[in-house]
Write a protein that binds this ligand. Structure first.
Ligand code: MG
Ligand code: MG
Length: 254
């Protein structure tokens, strides 16, 4: 378990703030007719203007056949996460689009995702976005020193269950900071009082992924994009959170 120093925490706070500002600007670009690649190019421009680096670009997760080719993951509708931006993928009215970004500021990493509506979306999609955002809030609230990772997982799962959404199990939150993915895993389901202890100075990315239908997802031929097995919509929200004396502190906040 990596405990961050005061100096590291200062840098992560600044990085998180920058990342939140960038995603907020990218969000404003989302509208019908825009390609997912345009969002990626814009995000990379904003990141580099700040003197920082995109954490996902050329990142090679274990087992991947080739490094990730973009600064953003842009996942539309039934794409759950890790959608690769493409000039041919044009957003249209009624879509929902997950935008996930990692930022490297002074050698330290923060990670954040939002899901955004494209124009007007139907009531079911609106509800999915709302519940996924609230599930993240529940997870964040449980990220306190003295709790265990399973308490975060359980807070998310127990909040989501009544809505009958599929909670994606094969992907999870994670420690973050000195690298983009660190220990511990932070699943979006689990039993309270289980898993690693949460201690002061830990930094974790909490990121529920909720599906309108089945929890099952299928990795696509590009080696990165996950889609829902039943092609129903999926939403994803993520914050990087510091475990501080005062409680959970969201770092990816403006
Ligand atoms: Mg992320
Ligand atoms: Mg993450």
């Amino acid at each position: 378990m990596i405990i961050k120093t005061e100096e590291e925490i200062k840098i992560l706070r600044e990085g998180g703030k920058r990342l939140a500002q960038i995603l907020n600007k990218v969000k404003d670009k989302v509208r019908p007719g825009v390609s997912t690649k345009e969002l990626d190019i814009y995000a990379e421009k904003l990141i580099r203007e700040g003197g920082d680096s995109p954490a996902f670009l050329n990142y090679r997760p274990e087992g991947a056949k080739y490094p990730y080719p973009a600064s953003l993951c842009v996942s539309v509708n039934d794409e759950v996460v890790h959608g690769i931006p493409n000039t041919d993928r044009i957003l249209k009215e009624g879509d929902i689009v997950g935008i996930d970004c990692g930022l490297k500021h002074k050698n330290l990493f923060t990670d954040m995702a939002i899901t955004v509506s494209v124009g007007e979306i139907d009531a079911e999609a609106k509800k999915l976005l709302k519940i996924t955002r609230e599930a993240l809030e529940k997870g964040v609230s449980a990220a306190r020193a003295g709790n265990r990772v399973g308490d975060v997982s359980h807070a998310i799962e127990s909040f989501v269950r009544p809505y009958k959404y599929g909670i994606v199990e094969v992907l999870s939150g994670h420690g973050v900071g000195r690298s983009i993915h660190e220990d511990p895993y932070v699943p979006n389901f689990g039993k309270p009082g289980t898993g690693p202890k949460i201690v002061l100075g830990m930094v974790i990315a909490i990121e529920p992924m909720l599906n309108q239908g089945t929890k099952n997802v299928i990795l696509q031929g590009d080696g990165y994009t996950f889609r829902t097995a039943d092609n129903k919509k999926s939403a994803h929200f993520e914050h990087t959170v510091l475990i501080s004396e005062a409680g959970p502190e969201i770092l990816t906040m403006i």
